[in-house]
Ligand binder design. Structure first.
Ligand code: AHG
Ligand code: MN
Ligand code: MN
Ligand code: MN
Length: 325
């Protein structure tokens, strides 16, 4: 609201869109917090376009995000991790000029263990004209994002987002049913000595990643090495900790599965939105050789290597990925 007041030409459409995303987040949070009590755990028996076994909560969260965005009146096309193709709106609802991509439930493998999970969203302005948005509207590079953010369903439910000028965090007060501004103007520490990576993949990593990992395992008190290891296995949880405390998260290319040579994480609804957030907070996000926000997408579900966190830590890792160490 405050930011909207700073822009006299603002129509309120963006505020309306964000309010709808917050509504979906509240509904998902309510289900997540009682997932063990309702028959919403477990698998649906289906597989998604990623080849992953789909959880009931993946579908529940996906449906809530689609409904909230569909009836916002501010969207002309959507993209979701759980839908192979772009999601068109029903003919009768009014459209708007925004395009939203999302990971409705990130960290699905952690649901049954009541471990932190999240929702990630990325907002672009449409390029196309006409009634319905197009795939091209979805395939825009990260630096074109109008806004990006995520919801983390953890010991508290927080919504963190940026429109490019700074990053703000809002904590859900369930007794009021509102997200309250709890973390204004989040800044990522310049450096940090925690790293977050699935070291079970060590033997599948390319040599530059192995050399980087060996480097931060070495004992050197002057550079606060060895770094401490922190890995939840939910990108949103590992990212949120890295954003607030500093450090670095890495999901690099690996030779584990020939179908996913550039690693597991998806560009449009995982790497790109989090890259906008970290950069607005003073940190950095890279493929190891290129800024994530400069990657030109050509497929909805394309994967990309991700190194994200404190600027100095990402740049140290880049020295290895770029063959300078
Ligand atoms: P999603 O649950 O949306 O499919 O994402 C899962 C991702 C991400 O949350 C996490 O960083 C990564 O999977 C963990 O992968 P590994 O289990 O291979 O470490
Ligand atoms: Mn998934
Ligand atoms: Mn995910
Ligand atoms: Mn997901």
């Amino acid at each position: 609201m405050e930011q909207q007041r700073d822009y006299p030409e603002a129509t309120g459409d963006f505020t309306g869109l964000l309010t709808q995303i917050a509504l979906a987040a509240k509904i998902i949070s309510r289900e997540v917090n009682k997932a063990g009590l309702v028959n919403i755990l477990g698998f649906t028996g289906e597989k998604n376009v990623q080849g992953e076994a789909v959880k009931k909560l993946d579908i529940f969260a996906n449906e809530k995000m689609i409904d909230a965005l569909t009836y916002s009146g501010h969207v002309c096309v959507m993209g979701s991790e759980e839908d192979a193709e772009p999601i068109a709106l029903p003919p009768e609802v009014s459209r708007g000029n925004y395009v939203v991509m999302f990971d409705p439930l990130d960290g699905s493998s952690n649901i049954e263990a009541a471990i932190t999970i999240g929702t990630i969203f990325s907002i672009h302005r449409r390029l196309s004209s006409g009634a319905d948005g197009t795939l091209e509207d979805l395939l825009q590079p990260g630096h074109k994002q109008v806004a990006a953010g995520y919801v983390v369903y953890g010991s508290s439910t927080m919504m963190v987002y940026t429109t490019g000028q700074g990053v703000d965090g809002f904590t859900l007060d369930p007794s009021v049913g509102e997200f309250l501004l709890s973390h204004p103007n989040i800044r990522t520490p310049e450096r940090g000595n925690t790293y977050s990576a699935n070291e079970g993949n060590y033997q599948y990593w390319h040599p530059e990643m192995q050399r980087y990992m060996d480097h931060i395992h070495e004992k050197d008190p002057a550079s606060k090495r060895p770094y401490a290891s922190r890995y939840v296995g939910s990108l949103v949880a590992d990212f949120h900790r890295t954003l607030l405390y500093g450090g670095v998260f890495l999901y690099p290319a690996d030779s584990k599965d020939p179908k996913t040579p550039t690693g597991k994480l998806r560009l449009l609804y995982e790497a790109s939105p989090l890259a906008m957030v970290i950069q607005a907070a003073g940190g950095k996000a890279s493929t190891g050789t290129e800024n994530i926000l400069d990657v030109q997408p050509n497929k909805l579900h394309q994967r990309v290597p991700l190194v994200i966190g404190s600027r100095a830590e990402v740049e140290l890792a880049e020295e290895f990925f770029q063959g300078n160490r």
